[in-house]
Design a protein around this ligand. Structure first.
Ligand code: UDP
Ligand code: MG
Length: 325
């Protein structure tokens, strides 16, 4: 087999403190892998600047000037982690035989890439980086994150437990991914749908080297909710079942009320009436809300808005990735 060209794809949002530190780690990794003849000399580190408000793009451009191994793409505005990653992968697909996506904060173990490439050489098209423990995360982040994977699984979304976006994908797998045109991106859920042979590599997740997490609780909840509603229609089914049982219960309730009434045992009944009004109102609102969420998704999908727009790139201009925007 010919030595594959590897592109390491790294989304960056407001990471000016981290990049100078981690970029050298990525460079060392590429050089080491090249020296071992595991990857081709044309391998690159591709940064995607996701509309950062700080100097991240300037930092990336400086890196590119220092060493041609570094390449950069600048999106026209902040589009979120998933879209930035997709932009990078779709660009890398034009040049690379294999890509590895990783966060730029040093939390994912760069050394796991060796094992990923071994699995690739063994014929896997997708290799998931899986965190073996989460000791460096706070108790809260760990519990909410693990809870999220469990909820996703029960709701029928096929995602890999404790795997985030640290993964290897072959060009063939990326070609598969390119055929998914959805706007509500949740790559963790989409990649398993691509299929092909896959495996996992386990690593310990470290702490962020510098800067702050962009995923506070509010964003995490929004991400989880997006993930569930863009992958699974089970919540709608649950609502239907709930509605069915509640209707059944209310029929029993009505019979009971009529019987007690006929027996002349009725009391003023104000409390119970109000309770049921509130309860039904709540259930209905919740149901409408969830159904509305799906309608909202349909609404955004039908618009076919671009998932990202590239403002500037250091990669050669002859390659067109517009079709995947
Ligand atoms: N990121 C991005 N766009 C955003 C938010 C985050 O490209 O809108 C990048 C960020 O620079 C990092 C990765 O996504 O490389 C993961 O973000 P972060 O480390 O903040 O998340 P956490 O690891 O805390 O879940
Ligand atoms: Mg992080």
């Amino acid at each position: 087999m010919k030595v594959p060209i590897l592109y390491i794809v790294i989304p960056c949002y407001n990471e000016q403190e981290v990049l100078p530190i981690t970029s050298s780690l990525f460079l060392e990794k590429i050089q080491q892998l090249t020296a071992q003849n595991k990857i081709s000399e044309q391998s690159r580190v591709l940064f995607v600047n996701d509309g950062s408000k700080d100097n991240t793009w300037q930092v990336i451009l400086d890196l590119c000037k220092q060493n041609p191994i570094f390449q950069g793409i600048c999106l026209s505005r902040n589009k979120g982690h998933q879209n930035a990653l997709l932009a990078g992968l779709m660009a890398a697909r034009q040049y690379a035989d294999v890509t590895i996506s990783i966060d730029c904060d040093g939390q994912d173990d760069i050394n796991a890439m060796d094992k990923m490439l071994d699995e690739f050489a063994d014929g896997c098209d997708i290799v998931y980086g899986v965190r073996s423990k989460r000791e460096t995360d706070t108790w809260f982040k760990r519990t909410t994150a693990e809870g999220f994977y469990k909820v996703m699984k029960t709701l029928g979304a096929d995602i890999v437990f404790n795997h985030a976006d640290f993964r290897l994908m072959s060009r063939r797998a990326l070609d598969g991914l390119a055929q998914f045109h959805e706007v509500n991106l949740f790559l963790r859920g989409l990649v398993p749908m691509v299929g092909y042979r896959y495996s996992s590599v386990y690593y310990d997740r470290a702490e962020r080297i510098a800067g702050e997490s962009h995923y506070p609780l509010k964003k995490m909840l929004a991400f989880a909710f997006d993930g569930i509603t863009s992958l699974s229609v089970k919540p709608i089914r649950i609502i239907t079942t709930l509605g069915f049982f509640i209707s059944l219960l209310s029929i029993v309730g009505i019979v009971w009320v009529l019987v007690t009434n006929a027996l002349g045992l009725t009391v003023s009944g104000w409390t119970s009436m109000l309770c049921s009004v509130f309860f039904m109102g709540g259930v209905q609102l919740l149901s409408l809300g969830i159904i509305g969420e799906y309608i909202g998704k349909i609404y955004t999908e039908t618009k076919h808005r671009p998932r990202f727009i590239i403002q500037q790139t250091t990669l050669s201009e002859d390659v067109d990735i517009k079709d995947y925007e």
